[in-house]
Every structure is written in C-alpha cells, then in structure tokens.
Design a binder for this molecule. Structure first.
Ligand code: AMP
Ligand code: FE
Ligand code: FE
Ligand code: ZN
Length: 291
C-alpha cells in the first residue's frame, strides 16, 4: 500500500485542481492520498468526488500556517470536523492575514525596483483561496524578474530576502489544541526544513506531545538523511506517529513528485485510529476517510 499524506492544489499554492491532483495520485500508483492545502478546506469536496469515482482513498487534511517564537511552523491537521466553529474562525483569521500581507510584499518589491501589481498576482492566483508568496513568485517569473519560484524566494521573498515580510499567523500551541477540539489529529510538517529547526528542538517536541501532537513528518524532501534518522529516533522515544510525504505542489515545486516519500501502513493505521478517538473525545464527526 502506497500512502502519501501531504499535497496541494490550486486552491492554495499547487497548480492542479483537486480532480487533477487525485487523478495524478492514481497515476503515480498511490492507494491513499491526503489533500492538505494551506489554511483551507476548499478543495475537500471536489477531491472527495474524484477519489470516490476512481476508488482512491482520500484523507481530508489541511496545512495550517502557525508561528512559534517568530518562526513559521506548518502544522498538518488530518480529519478535523470542518464545521467546528473554532477551527473555521482560526483559518479565516490566517487567510485574512495572508491577504493583508500581499500589499506589504508588493510595496517592498517596488522599493527595490520590482514592479508587480496586485492585479498581476490575482491573475496568477486564479481560484486560490490561500493567497501567498508562491503566487507573487509566479508573477515575478511571468514578468521575467526571476526564472523560477525558488529564485524568487531566495533573492526576494524568503527570510533574508529583499522583500521579506514576516507573517502573522496562528499560535502553534493554540492550533494544536483547536485541531483536537475539532476532533482531528495534528502532525508537524517538515519540522526541520527551512529554518524551523531553530525553534523545534527535542524539548519542544516533548511539550508538544504533552499538548496533544500526534505525529511528525519525518520523510520529507527538506530533511537530510541524517535529520530523518534523528527525527525518527525522537519520534520513537516519544511514541509519535511517523509520516513520510511528497508535499506535492504540481508544477509549483521542483523535486516533490507524488509518492517521492511515503508513509508506512502501520503508522498510517495509528494516525487514523488516533483521529477516530480524537473525534469521539471531542464529540465531533470525523470526515469519512474514503472519498
Ligand atoms: P506563504 O504561504 O506565503 O508563507 O509561502 C510559503 C510557501 O511557499 C510554502 O508553503 C512553500 O510551498 C513555498 N515555498 C517556500 N520556500 C520556497 C522555495 N524556496 N521555493 C519554492 N517554494 C517555496
Ligand atoms: Fe506550499
Ligand atoms: Fe509546508
Ligand atoms: Zn505543504
């Protein structure tokens, strides 16, 4: 059984529609796919219909933008009840902050001579609900300022870049608690990728586990084999579920093909069982795992 628990559609910063993503997952030989757009459930229904039609198992998830000590930390939440008021309000606040950040980024770019308008970004962003720096990056590629997203992040949009604007996002601890209240389970996404290792040390993992964290994404392209081994050992010590995933973004991210990392079926079973018991404890409905 091939299981990939982290992927994006064009409702956040991927390039495929939910239907296209599900079909691509089947083509890639996956049996189980989780859809985990940034900060929105907007792709769930379409993905579920497509998955149901072809008999692929779909896990409904979301990758929530949170902050810990000023650093961005991505939190994967699986199977929360999308009707839970707290989590809905939390995600809406994050989406508002995304929209408010955009004019600031464009102003910083203008200061360094890069003229990208909000309309340029809107054209690129298309149907997206979760507007973000990747859309600005794509607009910069379209304008010929850079040749790919990675260059836009490296020179302009990422930490240390000429137009970096720190974001406001949800507090990590609050989000872990909210996911649990919504009857879902949370897994730290790529914890040692892109600078978050500075704030996610072993002691913090211990506290997060006590606070309700269920798992850690260990096998991810942003982790070296040494980091993976260390993270796997920490997860084993703390009895955290270990996941492995592609973090696929369609054509939006190079080197993240569907199934390039996968999750062990035993770990997947633990994750789903944890979600079922979280839903029971919270008195919420777990979204069906099958499309
Ligand atoms: P934002 O959501 O606006 O904070 O932008 C963060 C998103 O940008 C991440 O979820 C990644 O999908 C993408 N990203 C971050 N760094 C890079 C990079 N160096 N190259 C391509 N995409 C990136
Ligand atoms: Fe992304
Ligand atoms: Fe992420
Ligand atoms: Zn992701």
């Amino acid at each position: 059984m091939r299981i990939d628990l982290h992927s994006h559609t064009n409702l956040s910063d991927g390039t495929q529609s939910p239907t296209e993503l599900v079909h691509a997952a089947e083509k890639a030989g996956l049996d189980v796919l989780a859809i985990t757009d940034h900060d929105t459930f907007a792709g769930w229904d379409e993905a579920a219909r497509a998955a149901h039609e072809i008999g692929l198992t779909l896990v409904r998830g979301v990758e929530i933008s949170t902050i810990l000590h000023g650093h961005g930390v991505h939190l994967l939440a699986y199977l929360p009840d999308p009707g839970h008021d707290g989590i809905r309000a939390g995600l809406e606040a994050v989406l508002r902050a995304r929209n408010n950040r955009l004019p600031k980024i464009l102003a910083r770019l203008a200061e360094v001579g890069v003229r990208i308008s909000a309309a340029d970004v809107a054209r690129i962003a298309g149907e997206t609900v979760a507007l973000g720096r990747p859309h600005v990056a794509d607009a910069m590629v379209a304008a010929g300022v850079v040749s790919h997203r990675g260059e836009a992040f490296g020179r302009y949009l990422g930490p240390g870049g000429k137009a970096f604007v720190p974001r406001t996002a949800a507090d990590l601890w609050e989000m872990v608690a909210l996911v649990e209240q919504a009857g879902g389970v949370s897994v730290l996404a790529h914890p040692w990728g892109r600078g978050a290792e500075q704030v996610l040390d072993e002691a913090t993992f211990v506290r997060l586990k006590e606070h309700g964290l269920t798992g850690v994404e260990v096998d991810h392209q942003d982790h070296t084999s040494r980091e993976r081994a260390e993270l796997r050992a920490i997860a084993a010590d703390l009895d955290l579920v270990v996941t492995g995933s592609s973090d696929h973004h369609g054509a939006g991210k190079i080197g993240h093909e569907l199934g390039c990392n996968t999750t062990d079926p035993g770990q997947y079973a633990r994750l789903i069982a944890a979600a079922e018991s979280a839903a029971r404890r919270a008195g919420r409905a777990t979204p069906a795992v099958l499309g």
